[in-house]
Design a binder for this molecule. Structure first.
Ligand SMILES: *Cc1c(COP(=O)(O)O)cnc(C)c1O
Length: 381
């Protein structure tokens, strides 16, 4: 144990600053406990649980203001398993990937190893920045990432330029590519425009402040058509078959038993955000937190925002580069002893950084408390 004890009055209300899983509000867990008998230990094929699924799906459509014909697909395994599913049912032959951190590069690596697909085109950019998709007529699938959780970079989501410059998206018929976005950490906290995309997928243990294990994909009609076509054309394990997932989802079901508690917590989050004003409200709430951290870091002599361009700075994952004379791992260890946990930089990046998850459920005041704690720790190291 270090000797540094942060005074009680400086500490945040909730010390869980992880970038995923995010903190789960006590209130949501209490509500789950109070209503558990209605849902937990009940068949997922009966009306009460299917009703919960339907509420989640309807709530997502409302939150993201999706066109009526979009579908919310769900399945087991989280975003990582959805990557595998996309390698069977999403990519026809050749994909393009914007690679700018651990998660975006991982999907590209998975696809590169798939025997039935062509070598993917990978556009890499320096950590802390982000590239744009480049139209290429050989590409049938563009893989974007909304918020690169490992570095704290947020991307602008636009379909490749040839399309936007040409006929309007309304002429879906002539378009033979899909644009898919890994929004695992962004979904529910950053607004986006469905007219630019076909698949917006995520897990529920990040901005939705629920628990892990489930993937969710908001899908346009061309995406569903692609799933049906590929599931018919090539062999696919049934747990990765997105046409089967679609067939189940339209009946408010999943292929096999889902984690009901996770869905319950996600519905709790949806209700809370929708009652308070929707996605923009949630986004502003995390911006209020992260802006405090970025402003502070810019004026601090021993820290600076890792992401240089302010437009690329994530509103919900703030990554701070530390002066070389201060060890970020020492700081995060002291924070942990004081109840402020999971502030380490992404394990594989191996940089002298701290990283803070500032999801909408966090009280923005806690970002100010975090700053006070950081200053206290560094002064006393
Ligand atoms: C967390 C994360 C994943 C992985 O999610 P799982 O649910 O653990 O599979 C993928 N992409 C991004 C951007 C993430 O933040």
């Amino acid at each position: 144990m270090s000797k540094i004890k942060i005074p009680q009055n400086l500490l945040p209300q909730d010390g869980r600053f992880g970038s995923g899983p995010s903190l789960v509000p006590d209130l949501a867990v209490q509500e789950l406990a109070a209503r558990a008998r209605e849902f937990m230990g009940n068949s997922h094929r009966q009306a009460n649980v299917k009703g919960l699924m339907a509420r989640f799906q309807q709530g997502c459509k409302q939150l993201f203001q999706l066109p009526e014909e979009w579908e919310i697909l769900m399945g087991n395994g989280g975003a990582s398993v959805f990557w595998d599913a996309l390698s069977f049912c999403g990519i026809e032959a050749k994909s393009q990937h914007l690679s700018f951190g651990e998660f975006s590069s991982k999907f590209a690596r998975i696809v590169a190893a798939v025997p039935h697909l062509l070598e993917p085109e990978i556009i890499e950019s320096e950590l802390g920045s982000c590239a744009e998709p480049v139209f290429n007529k050989e590409i049938d699938f563009y893989a974007l990432t909304h918020n690169e959780t490992s570095t704290g970079v947020v991307a602008e989501l636009l379909m490749p330029a040839a399309e936007t410059a040409g006929a309007a998206k309304a002429s879906q018929a002539g378009r033979n590519f899909l644009t898919a976005v890994d929004a695992t950490s962004a979904a529910g906290a950053i607004s986006w425009d469905p007219s630019q995309l076909d698949i917006y997928y995520f897990s529920l243990q990040k901005a939705f402040s629920a628990d892990g294990g489930i993937w969710v994909a908001c899908c346009s009609p061309p995406a569903v058509e692609r799933f049906q076509k590929l599931a018919n054309e090539r062999w696919c394990p049934s747990s990765l078959d997105l046409n089967l997932a679609y067939q189940n989802s339209i009946k408010n079901q999943t292929l096999n038993t889902p984690a009901i508690a996770t869905i319950f917590l996600a519905v709790h989050y949806l209700d809370w955000v929708l009652e308070n004003g929707g996605l923009i409200w949630a986004e502003n709430r995390c911006r209020a937190s992260s802006q405090k951290i970025y402003d502070w870091a810019e004026s601090c002599s021993w820290a600076e925002p890792f992401v240089k361009e302010s437009k690329n700075r994530s509103p919900l994952i703030a990554t701070i580069e530390m002066d070389e004379n201060i060890s970020s791992s020492e700081v995060s260890a002291v924070l942990r002893e004081n109840g402020i946990v999971d502030t380490d930089s992404y394990r594989k990046l191996n940089r002298n950084q701290l990283r803070f998850g500032l999801f909408p459920v966090r009280e923005p005041e806690d970002a100010s408390a975090l700053i006070a704690c950081l200053e206290y720790v560094v002064e006393n190291l």
